[in-house]
Design a protein around this ligand. Structure first.
Ligand code: SAM
Length: 306
């Protein structure tokens, strides 16, 4: 059952031990997975520019926000029920990908909707790790990318600590309906509307589309000190694209902090498998930073260019 599940607690985690994803559905009539994959037309990359129009909905977002408190840091995000109702009410073209996944009761439709509308467990893990291991001042003046951002909580945390943060999600409608509203919800409330848009535009960029296209679109832009990424390695067929993106986007002394589950049923990827895959190439060395050995095995690794 598809859930716009914004809770990040243990009961959600155990729900997902069975399978966080339905088998990817691709609307092509072919005989094998590999034929299906070849036929997926991965979305081109584009930059999404927040405009003043989004501020009209800010009061509504405020009324439908929930607060997560991590020690002394508060992060606000849209609540699940609001989002679903809003998308049903406005069946505009822009929210079609999220709508399709809701209608097909699936957390993932390969190449159409890649899971960004809910908050996944490893985001919670990585947030806690960042809080416990990095002082706030570590983020000042850093250039950060929240890759496969979904709700964008990792990037929003870095933004609140003083970093400049770009957000990337496969789906434009996730960025427009979820990520950008969430970033807005976390801006200083005393700012004027113009100042809010100004901050959004000066401190962040938002990119939609497939990783391979994203890397091309941004190849001449400033590289990142830190790439934060949670639950993005589930599909083994996309892992090379993901690694290429890390390699192209990271400063030579930059780091990737990657959080993931040990196994994603139905799609084949998983943390240990990914670490083995990394060893096949020469670009990165990886270190385990944290592991949870609960029902749902998860971990965090650091990647550095070598
Ligand atoms: C399972 S969601 C995780 C969302 C979020 N990081 C979290 O932990 O809550 C996977 C994320 O990776 C992005 N993603 C997956 N495959 C992608 C691809 N081929 N190109 C670009 N983004 C992709 C999705 O858009 C989505 O944001």
């Amino acid at each position: 059952m598809f859930k716009f599940n914004f809770e990040v607690n243990d009961s959600d985690s155990s729900d997902n031990t069975e399978s966080p994803f339905k088998k990817p559905k691709v609307e092509q009539k072919t005989n094998s997975d590999s034929e299906n994959d070849e036929k997926i037309l991965w979305y081109e990359a584009e930059q999404i520019k927040p405009t003043k129009a989004i501020l009209k909905s800010l009061d509504l977002y405020e009324l439908n926000a929930r607060e997560l408190t991590f020690e002394n840091v508060e992060l606000r995000h849209l609540i699940a029920g609001f989002l679903l109702e809003d998308i049903k009410r406005h069946s505009d073209v822009d929210s079609q990908d999220i709508k399709k996944s809701e209608e097909s009761h699936s957390d993932l439709i390969a190449g159409v909707y890649e899971g960004g509308a809910k908050i996944w467990e490893c985001t919670d893990d990585l947030l806690k790790y960042l809080l416990q291991n990095y002082e706030k001042k570590h983020w000042e003046n850093k250039v950060v990318l929240d890759l496969g951002c979904g709700s964008g909580l990792l990037g929003i945390y870095a933004l609140k600590c003083g970093a400049k943060v770009d957000f990337q999600d496969y789906n434009k409608d996730v960025l427009e309906k979820i990520t950008i509203p969430n970033v807005l919800l976390n801006l200083n409330e005393t700012l004027t509307d113009d100042e809010k848009i100004d901050q959004l535009q000066k401190k962040s960029n938002f990119y939609a589309g497939d990783w391979s296209h994203f890397a091309k679109l941004t190849e001449n832009f400033e590289k990142y000190d830190i790439i934060l990424t949670s639950e993005t390695i589930y599909n083994v067929k996309n892992q090379q694209k993901l690694l290429d993106t890390f390699r192209k986007q990271l400063k030579s002394d930059g780091i990737v902090l990657l959080a993931a589950k040990s196994h994603y049923f139905g799609v084949g990827g998983g943390l240990e498998q990914f670490v083995e895959f990394l060893k096949c190439g020469k670009d990165f060395r990886s270190t385990y930073l944290w592991q949870a050995d609960e029902n749902l095995k998860r971990g965090i690794i650091e990647l550095k260019l070598q």
